[in-house]
Design a protein around this ligand. Structure first.
Ligand SMILES: Cc1cc2nc3c(=O)[nH]c(=O)nc-3n(C[C@H](O)[C@H](O)[C@H](O)COP(=O)(O)O)c2cc1C
Length: 209
């Protein structure tokens, strides 16, 4: 029986510990199909998905991800300087996931194809950027939810983006395509627990801020 959508949403977590077991290609196809059902500005569908399963490519992607993680830890204003070394230890699930990138069965780089994206005049460049990424992330979320409903675990990472040019070179990404986020997909190695979030009332502003 299929999982009710609200339960799928409620139990969708970053699954940073994934089994190395392969994922059936039809399941990957199903989650990509779910991504492609997402809304986008003017139905522009500016998303692109690079599906990575080749072990040597995954190894190079792992190296970029670990380098990106180090840059992130040092440039994150919310990580105190004296906490960086501890952040980079494998006892931190974020670090462990980055270090194990090559062991994840399927990695999907979600990208923005600027040739299909909306174009605004230069004075609206900020809005163009915002609106176009807002047309990619619902697709990513659909992918995460579809994977969860199929019993697969997912996690996302921006770390390889810290080495953008090397990442584009590795995956032969054309100039007009911007990488957005790397999605990890595999069978979960731990159970799904409920997400820890503040009560929604914290964020609600009635009739204005
Ligand atoms: C835009 C975005 C970027 C993220 N980047 C990373 C990342 O680089 N590495 C990572 O381990 N998790 C990353 N995450 C996952 C968040 O850390 C995670 O969703 C958040 O801490 C909530 O935890 P939960 O998914 O377990 O409920 C990212 C999430 C989003 C939405």
């Amino acid at each position: 029986m299929e999982m009710p959508v609200l339960e799928t949403i409620r139990t969708l977590r970053s699954m940073r510990r994934l089994k190395p077991d392969p994922v059936e290609p039809h399941k990957i196809h199903l989650i990509l199909e779910a991504a492609g059902k997402a809304p986008s500005g003017g139905n522009s569908q500016p998303w692109e998905f690079i599906v990575i399963t080749d072990p040597p490519v995954k190894k190079q992607l792992r190296d970029l991800t670990v380098q990106g993680l180090e840059i992130y830890a040092k440039s994150n204003l919310r990580i105190p300087k004296d906490a960086v070394t501890e952040f980079l230890q494998p006892t931190n699930p974020v670090t462990l996931m980055a270090q194990n990138t090559d062991k994840v069965p399927v990695l999907i780089l979600a990208c923005l194809n600027t040739k299909r994206a909306r174009r605004l005049t230069d004075d609206w460049a900020w809005l163009e950027e915002q609106a176009n990424w807002a047309s990619v992330f619902p697709a990513v979320q659909n992918m995460l939810l579809a994977a969860r409903a199929l019993g697969l675990g997912t996690a996302v990472s921006i770390f390889p983006l810290f080495l953008l040019e090397k990442l584009k070179q590795l995956l032969k990404v054309p100039d007009y395509v911007k990488p957005g986020i790397l999605v990890y997909v595999g069978y979960p190695a731990t159970r799904f627990s409920e997400a820890s979030r503040l009560p929604i009332e914290t964020f609600i502003h009635k009739d204005g801020w």
